[in-house]
Design a protein around this ligand. Structure first.
Ligand code: ATP
Ligand code: MG
Length: 258
C-alpha cells in the first residue's frame, strides 16, 4: 500500500473546474516534485490533500494516507492529520505564523500539540530547530516576533516547524523560492536528510526544474489542471515525453550553463 494515493482528484471553485482528474501515489521514503507553470493547479492539489481548500471549493475523487480516506473526513480527523501525519509548508509563509507570538513558541507548537514535550524543554528545542535551518544567532532569534525576521528567515521558521514532528508526509509549496542560493541548497539538503533518516516522504512543489532535478526521486509535471507527465527524475530529465516538459528541461539546462 502506498503512503499517499490521490485518485481522480477534481477541484472546482464556484462550479469552475481547475483540477481535472489528477491521480498519483507516493511511497514512504520517496521525494516527489510537482512541477508546472503558474496556475496549473499545484497549490490547489496540495491544499486538497491537507483538507485546506476554502468553502467555495468542491472536491471529488479519493485521497488516502496510509489507507485512511481523507476526502470528506471530518475536521476532527483532519486536526489529527495536520501537523502530525502531514507537515505543510505554505507558499506564503506569513500566513502560517502568528504575528503576536514569539518565534520560540511557534517553533515548538507542533511538538507541543502532538507529543508530550515538557515545558522545561521548549526553549532549548526551539533553539535547536532554529539552528537546524541555519537561522543566525539561534539563541536570540527565537525571542523575536515574526515581523522582526526577514522573509527568508520566516520561511525557515515555517520549514523547521513543519519538519519538527517528522510527519509521514512533508508537503512543501515552493519552500525555497524566497531564499538565496546558498540557503536554498542548505534547506533542500536538510529536508532530504530529514526525510531519508525518518524514512518519511516529501511532496515538493516548484516551478524550477533545476531544484526539482536536485531534490526529487520522481517528477509529476502539471499543466492546465492535469498531470501530463510522470516518471523517475532521471527518466523525465533524459527522455521527456511531452513537449512542454522538454521545454522545461531545456530551459533549466540553458540557465545552468549560462
Ligand atoms: N481560492 C480560490 N478561488 C478561486 N479560484 C482559485 C482559488 N485558488 C486557486 N484558484 C484557481 O485555481 C487555479 C490553480 O491555482 P493554483 O494556486 O493551484 O496554481 P499553482 O500551480 O499553484 O500556481 P503558482 O505557481 O502561481 O503558485 C488557478 O486558475 C487559480 O486562479
Ligand atoms: Mg501555487
Amino acid at each position: 500500500m502506498s503512503l499517499l494515493t490521490v485518485k481522480n482528484l477534481r477541484v472546482a471553485f464556484d462550479g469552475q473546474e481547475v483540477v481535472h482528474g489528477v491521480s498519483f501515489s507516493i511511497e514512504a521514503g520517496e521525494r516527489v516534485c510537482l512541477i508546472g507553470e503558474s496556475g496549473s493547479g499545484k497549490s490547489v492539489t496540495a491544499l486538497a490533500i491537507d483538507g485546506l481548500l476554502p468553502p467555495n471549493a468542491s472536491v471529488e475523487g479519493s485521497i488516502t494516507l496510509g489507507g485512511d480516506e481523507l476526502l470528506g473526513a471530518g475536521e476532527r480527523t483532519m486536526l489529527g492529520v495536520r501537523g502530525k501525519r502531514i507537515g505543510f509548508v505554505f507558499q506564503e509563509p506569513q500566513t502560517a505564523l502568528n504575528p503576536v507570538v514569539r518565534i520560540r513558541t511557534q517553533l515548538v507548537a507542533a511538538l507541543r500539540n502532538h507529543t508530550h514535550l515538557p515545558r522545561s524543554q521548549w526553549r532549548e528545542t526551539a533553539v535547536e530547530l532554529a539552528q537546524s535551518v541555519g537561522l543566525p544567532d539561534p539563541e536570540h532569534i527565537v525571542d523575536r516576533y515574526p515581523h522582526e525576521l526577514s522573509g527568508g528567515q520566516r520561511q525557515r521558521v515555517v520549514i523547521a516547524m513543519a519538519m519538527s514532528v517528522h510527519p509521514e508526509l512533508l508537503i512543501a509549496d515552493e519552500p525555497t523560492t524566497a531564499l538565496d542560493a546558498t540557503v536554498q541548497a542548505r534547506i533542500l539538503r536538510l529536508m532530504m536528510a530529514s526525510t531519508a533518516q525518518a524514512h518519511t516522504a516529501m511532496l515538493m512543489i516548484t516551478h524550477d526544474m533545476a531544484v526539482a532535478g536536485q531534490t526529487a526521486t520522481r517528477l509529476l509535471v502539471m499543466k492546465d489542471g492535469r498531470v501530463i507527465e510522470a516518471g523517475t527524475t532521471a527518466e523525465v530529465l533524459r527522455h521527456p515525453q511531452h513537449p512542454y516538459t522538454a521545454n522545461l528541461v531545456n530551459a533549466a539546462r540553458t540557465l545552468s550553463l549560462s
